[in-house]
Design a protein. Structure first.
Length: 192
């Protein structure tokens, strides 16, 4: 993994220096392939599918207004010591597992976000600035489009992680092949 990381960093550093940040994403095929592999692996995990299905049963009872209020509460707690909503989500077993996966990635993975069918976070490896992703491309261009849908963002600085990254997102499906949520994996050529 270390040799792969070194090769990816070298390749991306050269790309960033020669092409500039706006063109760097077109020269990051290996980084995107890594992110796609990770997103596919996470989306197929039995624990991920089970947790997303469990949360879907809860979130389907929430009104849009309740989701908006939850998102507002999250944003108000973001960056504060007293943040019960954030702490509860960050300390569930699936978030712990995603954080461990991120830590083992030799800094290639900057974040992992697992979302339900409403766009609410189910688990995450690091704190996001909001709990509702339903208005963002990572969710809008995956789950609503059904099985096999994938979205790859442009390379840019992420507000939550502070990293220059590409987000690779894909629909999560259950054992019957029905879409149940989405996963986003942020990958970065460099950690600044």
């Amino acid at each position: 993994m270390k040799r792969t990381r070194t090769a990816l960093v070298t390749h991306c550093m050269v790309s960033l220096c020669l092409c500039g940040p706006l063109e760097a994403d077109s020269n990051s095929e290996e980084l995107i392939a890594f992110g796609r592999t990770q997103a596919a692996h996470i989306a197929a995990r039995a624990d991920v599918i089970a947790q997303v299905e469990e949360q879907n049963r809860i979130s389907e009872t929430l009104s849009d207004k309740q989701i908006a209020l939850m998102d507002l509460r999250w944003q108000q707690q973001y960056g504060r010591a007293h943040a019960p909503l954030i702490h509860r989500l960050m300390n569930n077993p699936l978030s712990d597992s995603m954080r461990s996966l991120q830590l083992r990635s030799s800094e290639l993975i900057t974040e992992i976000i697992i979302m339900d069918k409403r766009g609410l976070n189910v688990a995450q490896s690091s704190v996001t600035s909001d709990i509702w992703q339903g208005d963002e491309a990572k969710w809008k261009k995956t789950f609503p489009l059904g099985p096999g849908a994938e979205h790859i963002s442009d390379m840019g600085r992420d507000d939550s992680t502070g990293s220059i990254q590409i987000q690779i997102s894909r629909t999560i499906t259950n054992s019957q092949g029905h879409p149940i949520g989405a996963v986003t994996v942020g990958v970065a050529p460099l950690q600044f």
